[in-house]
Design a protein. Structure first.
Length: 97
């Protein structure tokens, strides 16, 4: 998997929404890289620049910000998360194509 097609989840310890986001991705079988920003001010600045937000979690597919847990849960409910993941070859629902 290339960096261009990876899922990144910026998190902090003891964050319930971070855990919920990671659990949603795990439930879907989506591989992701977790990036703990709690002890690195440069990483905190990076998510601010990349997403325009200061909160965690922040979920990205490559350079595309998907937002936090509420955002990816809404994308999941609408089917848009599956479309985005398939477009990056990160998820297969078992139906082929």
């Amino acid at each position: 998997m290339t960096a261009a097609s990876r899922v990144f989840v910026y998190t902090a310890p003891n964050c319930g929404y971070c855990n919920a986001a990671k659990n949603l991705l795990r439930k879907k079988g989506v591989p992701f890289e977790e990036v703990d920003i709690s002890r690195d001010s440069a990483l905190r600045q990076e998510i601010m620049e990349r997403s325009g937000r200061r909160t965690v979690p922040q979920v990205f597919i490559a350079d595309q910000s998907l937002g936090g847990y509420d955002d990816i849960a809404a994308l999941n409910a609408s089917g848009e998360l599956d479309r985005l993941l398939k477009a990056h070859n990160l998820w297969n629902d078992g139906k082929g194509g």
